[in-house]
Write a protein that binds this ligand. Structure first.
Ligand code: SDX
Length: 425
């Protein structure tokens, strides 16, 4: 905190609003005092509103900086595996060797889902979007882990985090298998986290000796790390708001999945591939860019609410993209098209002036496609990876006293008026 204040003159009265300073980033003005003066604050889209204090993730949009528990994302992506990042997000520090072994073992022992939960998949149409299935199935977890759940109990909180980190790959892979009519593949706990996910995605009972390509497993693990958490974004704020009512944590995560699905948020990586398909060929790029400038379409995978310089995750993602395509010997025309879009956007005044740089979703779609994952599964994988971020914020919220979230509004509707009988309408 600090003893600094901001002075605000309202109704001829000057009020002093406390200013709080964080470790990094913008100080904040506590505006609660305006209500006593008969005012609310107004900030559509919460662009400049900090509803919480947090120690988990820090983003500096101008510097293109992303820290998880103080560690820069490029160092984590390079030196840690996803489960180490999960441990750091949940517990605040990178694990010791013993802590890592214990955490990995706990996760491996919770990868299976209840047999009855498998039946929820059958309730969906075969052509249901995998995000619809994931949202439903994760919400259904709240039916299996509700009786006796005490959201304020630290042990209950920890096992919830472990279960979610452990079961999301199984649930995600089952969403894919269900969509292609293949039998579900049980997790193989001899495999590492990302390797196990790709094993559940692509092995079949007919191929008992299926082996995951280690280069793809490493790339998948890095993609999980790059999507693990991102401060108070739309889906994380949804989880916090749902959690602030004391709701079942699995139901809160399902709410986060629903929010992430949107094309402006986590659905962008799927939308990038759809956009590249629509453009079709490099020769059509110029015409497409004109449509973007006329605001007829958005350049999916570009721009960010916070990063106005570059998304540090996109930088790591591009390196991974090059590695995977080189390793697989893939000469992907969509990547060439993507590179053409990137080249134009980085040099065209319209985009430069609006700080529209490639974000995390721009390259992830191309890597996932190279790995053999269908476009409709891209946001499912984003949700899988982001679950640890969501539950870390849920844990942080429950780690101290909290109030139910209850935003207010600027009311522009009718003043009070008398009921109009139907005969008189
Ligand atoms: C994620 O919040 C997070 O942290 C999210 C995320 C996470 O990890 O959780 O980082 C993941 O969601 C990344 C973003 C993925 N979304 C997309 O790639 C979809 C395409 N991007 C846009 O929809 C958009 O950039 C947003 C939603 C991401 C940001 O929208 P803003 O805040 O409205 O953008 P802005 O205020 O910076 O826009 C400035 C100008 C506007 O034009 P003008 O009114 O000034 O003329 O740029 C335009 C916008 O219309 N603009 C775009 C554009 N994004 C913004 N124009 C064309 N294509 C785009 N992609």
């Amino acid at each position: 905190m600090s003893d600094k204040t901001a002075k605000l003159e309202l109704n001829g009265t000057t009020i002093e609003l406390p200013i709080y300073e964080g470790t990094l980033g913008y100080p904040v003005i506590n505006v609660e005092g305006v209500q006593a003066q008969g005012y609310f604050t107004y900030d559509p889209g919460f662009k400049v509103t900090a509803p919480v204090e947090s120690k988990i993730t820090y983003i500096d949009g101008d510097k293109g900086q992303l820290l998880h528990r103080g560690y820069p994302i490029d160092q984590l992506a390079e030196k840690a595996d996803y489960l180490e990042v999960c441990y750091a997000l949940i517990h605040g520090e990178l694990p010791t060797k013993e802590q890592k072994q214990d955490f990995d073992s706990k996760v491996r022992n919770h990868t299976m889902i209840h047999e009855q939960l498998r039946r929820f998949y059958d309730g969906f149409r075969r052509d249901a979007h995998p995000m619809a299935v994931m949202c439903g199935v994760v919400g259904a977890l709240s039916a299996f882990y509700h009786d006796g759940m005490d959201v304020s109990n630290a042990d209950h909180q920890e096992i919830t985090a472990i279960r979610l980190v452990a079961k999301m790959p199984t649930i995600a892979a089952m969403c894919y298998k269900y969509s292609i009519g293949h039998p579900f593949i049980q997790p193989n706990n001899d495999l590492d986290y990302a390797e196990n996910f790709l094993y559940m995605m692509f092995s079949t009972p007919a191929d008992q000796n299926y082996k995951v390509n280690p280069i793809l497993a490493k790339a998948m693990d890095k993609i999980f790390t790059l999507h693990a958490d991102h401060e108070q974004n739309a889906s994380t704020s949804t989880v916090r708001l749902a959690g602030s009512t004391g709701a079942n944590p699995y139901a809160c995560i399902a709410a986060g999945i629903a929010a992430l699905w949107g094309p402006a948020h986590g659905g962008a990586n799927e939308a990038v591939l759809v956009m590249l398909d629509e453009i079709g060929h490099k020769d059509n790029v110029a015409e497409f860019m004109e449509r973007v400038k006329k605001k007829e379409v958005k350049l999916m995978g570009f721009g960010h609410r916070v990063y106005k310089n570059f998304d540090p995750r996109a930088k790591v993602m591009k390196e991974t993209c090059d590695e995977v395509l080189a390793a697989l010997g893939i000469n992907d025309p969509q990547l060439e098209l993507a590179m053409e879009l990137e080249k134009i956007a980085l040099n065209d005044e319209y985009f430069v002036k609006r700080n529209l740089y490639p974000n995390v979703d721009f390259y992830s779609g191309i890597i996932l496609k190279a790995i053999g994952i269908p476009t409709s599964m891209f946001t499912v994988i984003f949700a899988l990876a982001r679950t640890v971020g969501w539950i870390s914020h849920w844990l942080e919220m429950h780690s101290e006293p909290y109030k139910i979230g209850r935003p207010r509004q600027l009311y522009k509707g009718y003043d009070e008026r008398n009921f109009i009988e139907i005969a008189d309408r």
